[in-house]
Structures are given as C-alpha cells and as structure tokens.
Unconditional design. Structure first.
Length: 482
C-alpha cells in the first residue's frame, strides 16, 4: 500500500578534502544522505556554534560543508576523513555547548504573525512590545534584536530604502542580497554591525534586525545571527528545523519554571501490526491534489500515502511544512471529489463538525464524523492562532477539517487537552476540550507556498448534518506514513 521508505540512521557526519569526484568526498556525501533532515540541521547548528559553519542549514551536501566539517577534524588532530564517528561528534558538541550555554537560545514569537524564531535570551535581553512587533535590548549593550512585520510594503522598496539609509549615514555595506522572496542587508559603523533580513509574508514583510558590538566579540554575534536567520528561513520556506538545544544553564539562581499547560497533540496512531505505519488525517484544498495536514503527522515520515473509501491509496509528496504552526502541505496525483472552501471569520458558539480517521485500527476505516461547537476564539494562553472546540477528537484526527454548518472549512484539527496531565496538575478532569488551527493561518501557509485555494465569506447556507458529512468524506483523506 505504501512504498518502502529508507530508514534514517543517527550516524555521524562527513567532510574532508579535494574534489567532488574524490573517493573521500563521495564517501562523505553518501554518509550525509543516510541522515534525516533534522539530524542534518542539528549537526549544522553545532558546527555554527563552534565556529565552523557560517551559513543557513542546507539539506544538500556541498564542498563548502565538506570543508567546514573536515576543518573541525583537522583542528582537533583527527584525520580529514569527512565522517565523524561517535567520539568525534561528542567532541563537536563539547566545543559548541559552552557557547550555546552563554547564548541561552530560545524561541520568540511575533505577537501578530504568530511565527517563532530563535533569540539569545540567555544574554539577559529585555523585551519591549513595539508597533510592528517586539524588540529585545541588552542592558550590557552587546546586542539588539528587533522582530517585526512591515505591512503593505514591497521587498525591493524596503531593501533599497535600508541600503540608501546605510550609505547616507556613512555605514559600510558588508553584504547585501535581494531575491524574489527575501533580502539581506548587513552594514557596519563605529564598531556596530547591523544585520537586516526580511521575507515576504502575506501582503507585507516579516523579518528581524540583529545588531552586535565589537566590544562583545566573545558572544560571537555573527554566529548568533546565522542561527536566527536559519530559523526564519525555515519558517518562511517550510523547511525542516529544530528547537534550540537544551543546554543546562550554570546559574546560581535558575529561572522559576512556569507551570506547563497540560496539552497533548493527537499523535498519529501507530499500527504495529503493519510494520510501524502511522496515520492521521488531511483534506484537499485544490483540484491539483494539494492536501493540508499537520506537521506532526508527517514530520518523521520518509514515505507518505493518502487514501479514502473514495480514493485509491496513492503516494503523496511533501511540498512544505510549517513546524511553528503545525501545518504541512502534501500533493497527490489524484482528482478529489471536493475541495475545501476556507472561511476565516469563525464565530463563538457556532456549530461545527470534525471529520477524520481516528483510531483507524479500531474505528471505521471509512472516516469518522462528530459534531460540536466553537467554545472559544483562542487557544491555550490566548493563542489567537487556534479555536477551542467542543467536538469529540481522538488520536488520528490530527490534520482533519473542522467544518461549519455550511460545510466550509474553518480550521485544521490539531490538539486536545490531556485528561491525565490535567488531573495531575489541577486535580480536575477536562470535558471534551479540543483545538483547531484557524483557517486564516492555513490560508497564510498556502499563500507562502504559492497555492491558490477556494474561500467562503459566511455560513449563510446551512446544510443538514448528513450533507456536511457527505461533503467531508469527499474532501477528507487518511494520511499514512512510513
């Protein structure tokens, strides 16, 4: 039913010498290909922190990466084989960890775009909300970070303005690049480097300005900005990325831990009797076979297939992914029975329905339809990306459509409150508290991938529940991965 996937291994990593045709390089490239995307990114994060990799993580193996890794081997008295064994990998991590500990990398979220990037929060940065986003200042004046969304402006317009402004105030332009979907301008003046990077996002630009002072050279500002850039680039392009490494802080007074809200994501169920296959749900958004699901449904998949009782099992390609918002885009060579009409203005209290393939090894394999209502217009901690719903959700519903009374899709089912953890933390049992990603977040994701989709402005033409269910079955699919 699903093509056999190549299993990823956690071996170590290549690099060393001469040309792309050399046996050493080919062996290193082969070793690299055995790693999954997240292993590749983690390796490059450690290389960046240790001072060997000055670029955004790339899934492809290159001579530049080959040389960076072989240089690490050479500096530590190891043969330039380009393949790090377990001991050598430990040495790389040990070299990177003191610097990562100093930075205390964490994730910050833009207050309106709900997109997260990395930031060196361990440097004691002070946050301030500003008109276009947030700013972080360093009381010691070593670094500065602004994370902003510039609405209704063009890429070239802002690039040219920043470049002209830098030249006018006497700054030295160290680096600048303008592409169709992003730009970078890096300038230097009076001991201060300012690195500005913005990507297209909706009708505006989302990006950051990071500055660092020569006097704070021990913090390695150029390495920090590489990792911040990498995190933004991954979000903008739906590329795999990782969370900041958890390095134990050596502090006399560790920060007080905030109580964790006991939320659990409905994980795709594991079917041990079928070779470890996992499944979730999804739905069609174009007649060209584009399908939306959750990132966590496909994040560990090397092969993905979709199907329903109306569509033969078909291999699907992963077009893009947004780990921050937990969305993924697939495409299968099929003609859907229906596509979703996305509606963004969900109302408190309105009737909704959930369709998906929960517990498919126990419940009906032809899909499951439940009904409920919108109980809040924000999720946990007032997360405005989400709707709270009172409609039964089980493991395997992840990625399925949340439909209104007219059969429009107003959300993507994503998570449910953990009864077990809620009892442990608050000594209370949650009653059917579940969450869905709002349709406008899904629409922004599709916009970023250049996918055109259908929309609806209201639910003014209500359908009978059985008609909503019939429509849901036509646009919904089971997502299975290996």
């Amino acid at each position: 039913m699903i093509a056999t996937a190549i299993a990823a291994t956690l071996l170590a990593f290549p690099v060393a010498a001469q040309t792309k045709n050399s046996p050493i390089y080919r062996a290193a490239a082969s070793e690299w290909s055995s790693l999954d995307a997240y292993q590749r990114v983690r390796l490059q994060v450690y290389l960046t922190a240790a001072g060997y990799w000055p670029a955004v993580p790339n899934q492809d193996f290159s001579m530049r990466l080959f040389e960076a890794m072989s240089q690490f081997q050479s500096d530590h008295g190891m043969p330039r084989t380009g393949i790090l064994n377990e001991q050598q990998l430990d040495m790389l991590i040990q070299a990177a960890e003191p610097i990562l500990r100093t930075w205390g990398m964490g994730e910050i979220t833009h207050p309106t775009r709900r997109v997260s990037i990395w930031a060196p929060l361990g440097l004691g940065l002070v946050q301030k909300r500003v008109k276009d986003g947030v700013e972080y200042t360093d009381p010691q004046k070593r670094v500065f970070l602004g994370f902003k969304y510039l609405e209704n402006v063009g890429l070239k317009e802002v690039h040219d303005y920043l470049l002209q402004q830098a030249i006018a105030d006497g700054s030295v332009v160290q680096y600048e690049v303008l592409r169709k979907d992003f730009f970078v301008v890096s300038v230097y003046k009076d001991g201060l480097t300012r690195y500005m990077r913005y990507h297209r996002d909706g009708n505006g630009l989302l990006g950051f300005v990071f500055g660092w002072n020569d006097a704070g050279a021990q913090i390695y500002g150029e390495r920090i900005v590489t990792l911040i850039s990498a995190s933004l680039w991954a979000v903008a392009n739906g590329a795999p990325f990782v969370t900041p490494p958890k390095i134990v802080q050596e502090a006399a007074n560790p920060p007080v831990q905030q109580p964790q809200v006991p939320v659990t994501t409905p994980k795709p169920e594991t079917k041990n009797d079928e070779g470890g296959l996992t499944s979730g749900s999804g739905f069609f958004v174009t007649n060209a076979g584009h399908i939306i699901t959750n990132h966590h449904v496909i994040e560990k998949c090397s092969t993905v297939a979709v199907g329903s009782d109306q569509i033969e099992p078909t291999i699907a390609r992963i077009i893009g992914s947004d780990p921050t918002n937990d969305l993924a885009l697939l495409q299968a060579n099929v003609i859907p029975g229906a596509i979703a009409d996305l509606r963004s203005n969900a109302r408190l209290g309105e009737s909704v329905a959930v369709f998906g393939y929960p517990l498919s090894n126990v419940l009906s394999s032809s899909g499951n339809f439940t009904q409920g209502s919108v109980t809040a217009l924000a999720g946990l901690r007032d997360d405005t990306r989400h709707l709270q719903i009172q409609a039964p959700v089980q493991s395997g519903n992840s990625g399925g459509p949340l439909l209104d009374a007219s059969g429009n899709v107003i959300g993507v089912v994503v998570s449910m409150l953990s009864a077990k953890r809620m009892i442990e933390v608050a000594n209370t049992l949650p009653q059917n508290i579940n969450f869905a990603i709002k349709a406008n977040v899904a629409a922004n994701f599709l916009d970023s991938k250049g996918v055109q989709y259908a929309t609806a402005s209201s639910n003014s033409n209500p359908l009978k529940p059985e008609d909503i269910a019939e429509r849901a079955k036509k646009l919904g699919v089971m997502v299975v991965c290996k």
